[in-house]
Design a protein around this ligand. Structure first.
Ligand SMILES: Cc1cc2nc3c(=O)[nH]c(=O)nc-3n(C[C@H](O)[C@H](O)[C@H](O)COP(=O)(O)OP(=O)(O)OC[C@H]3O[C@@H](n4cnc5c(N)ncnc54)[C@H](O)[C@@H]3O)c2cc1C
Length: 449
């Protein structure tokens, strides 16, 4: 069974668009990428917006399947757990997993994107047009309206099959929604984010534990920080938008940061200027239905299903989209059938990670510092040791087990949470847990994986 070998155009050379271009080129399809921005390989660092990302096994697995993982392997910085910073300055490390390989990684967004674009264009010969913004598409005629930067002109171009990988704020999704082709709902969080920096110390040495994702949970707001290769950290402050808006004067900003994060502000010499000058980013979940128009246009990646960043899965999920799409190509003889099946199989999983990301938002802000939550985390790891084929902590299923879909992780996670709640109802320490009862419950409630 084989798909018609017509040209494929991709709007957006972000992580999803660039990886998909590689996969399509590997199969010999003619591919053209249209990217609104200039070539990132010739640009200065784009600061102020999500400089680094958490990559987990799901993303790594997808990059491996596409044959490009080795190119970025050396740029990954392991993060072994969450380093929780209490208000009184005490820190504690909550490991993400219990095996040496169960870590997540920090990676520079720019570096990753440049590597994928380089591979797509150089090694796999995809055509990439930078400074080409796709403004609209006519799904029937297959023509798209594109704004070219040099010279500044709007042109109509033939697209072939068009994949819109133009991100959370997708222009194409919005255009097609306005014509009734897609139903779209964006649930914005009341919280927004802003990036701040923690430079390296003397001799480029990190000023905090390097191999950890640092969290300052403060109930209604939180700060997190991920390590960079140069010894610095990129911190992200999550705060209600109206609180951001209310913090205008330097004294207010300094006062807020000093009261909330006293142990770290001395490590952030640029905090005031960054707070005032860096953009405040919105956070939301995009729900779209359907994801395609016949066999002519498909939304993929954040354009179809952007999520909030609290599980560190958005990009990982987009990479998984690409390899799942690629695997389905072997089984369909028309683009329409392929798009339909892709949406049918993928949407339950992307809906599941969207919901888990919202749950993690509450968990990271509020629960990580809670004693019962910490006991349940320890207990989860202990139960996994005792019942490795049946009980895998939900965070581990999502982050370390790409063979378990997000929807399955959600369903099993729900059962596991009920077991954890039952077992810790009257316990405050691991020694008080009734492991015989746990074994019986797990045997009855969770099938082997
Ligand atoms: C604060 C924050 C932190 C995050 N942290 C993580 C994390 O730790 N781990 C993780 O896995 N995910 C994380 N994410 C999510 C991750 O950034 C996204 O899921 C991922 O970037 C989506 O990839 P994409 O290619 O679909 O879209 P994008 O990355 O948005 O790329 C879209 C591309 O399309 C281009 N474009 C846009 N419009 C047009 C147009 N009209 N024509 C042509 N080109 C266009 C853009 O310039 C861009 O290059 C985070 C997100 C945020 C906001």
């Amino acid at each position: 069974m084989s798909l018609p070998r017509n040209p494929v155009s991709i709007a957006g050379a972000g992580p999803a668009g660039a990886l998909l271009a590689i996969l399509l080129r590997r199969r010999g399809f003619p591919v053209t990428l249209y990217e609104r921005r200039a070539d990132p390989r010739n640009q200065p660092f784009d600061s102020g917006r999500s400089i680094n990302l958490a990559m987990t096994e799901r993303g790594i697995n997808a990059l491996r399947r596409a044959g490009v993982f080795e190119r970025i392997r050396d740029a990954l910085i392991p993060m072994r757990g969450r380093m929780i910073h209490d208000l009184d300055g005490r820190t504690s490390l909550q490991p993400y997993g219990q095996r040496p390989q169960e870590v997540i990684y920090s990676i520079s967004r720019n570096l990753l994107n440049e590597m994928l674009i380089q591979a797509a264009s150089q090694e796999f010969s995809a055509v990439v047009h930078f400074e080409h913004e796709v403004l609209d598409v006519d799904p029937v005629g297959g023509m798209a309206r594109v704004r070219r930067a040099a010279p500044d002109r709007i042109v109509d171009l033939q697209m072939g099959t068009l994949i819109a990988a133009d991100g959370a704020g997708s222009t194409l999704r919005t255009k097609l929604q306005s014509r009734g082709e897609f139903q779209v709902r964006t649930d914005f969080l009341e919280h927004a984010y802003k990036e701040l920096s923690i430079p390296a110390g003397l001799n480029g040495l990190p000023v905090m534990e390097r191999e950890a994702l640092h969290i300052w949970p403060r109930g209604n707001h939180m700060l997190i920080a991920l390590p960079n290769p140069d010894g610095s950290f990129t911190a992200t402050l999550f705060l209600q938008r109206r609180a951001f808006d209310a913090l205008r004067e330097p004294d207010q900003i300094e006062g807020f940061l000093a009261a909330s994060f006293p142990d770290v502000i001395s490590l952030m010499p640029q905090r005031l200027a960054e707070f005032q000058n860096h953009p405040t980013g919105a956070l939301g979940t995009v729900h779209t239905q359907p994801w395609h128009i016949g066999g002519s246009v498909l939304l993929l990646g954040d354009a179809a299903h952007a999520i909030v960043p609290f599980h560190g899965q958005g990009m990982n999920c987009c990479f998984e989209d690409c390899v799942e799409f690629d695997a389905l190509m072997d089984h369909h003889a028309s683009w329409e059938a392929l798009f339909r099946e892709f949406e049918r199989l993928r949407k339950p999983n992307t809906d599941a990670i969207a919901a888990m990301a919202i749950e993690n938002y509450l968990e990271m802000r509020e629960r990580v510092a809670d004693a019962r939550y910490q006991l349940q985390k320890l207990l989860s790891l202990e139960l996994e040791k005792r019942h490795p084929r049946r009980f895998i902590p939900r965070y581990s299923m999502v982050s370390f087990h790409p063979e378990i879909g997000y929807a399955t992780a959600t369903a099993r996670g729900r059962v596991q949470q009920r077991i954890l709640d039952d077992l810790t109802l009257h316990a405050t320490r691991l020694e008080q847990i009734d492991f015989e009862r746990a074994a019986a419950d797990i045997g009855d409630s969770l099938s082997p994986l």
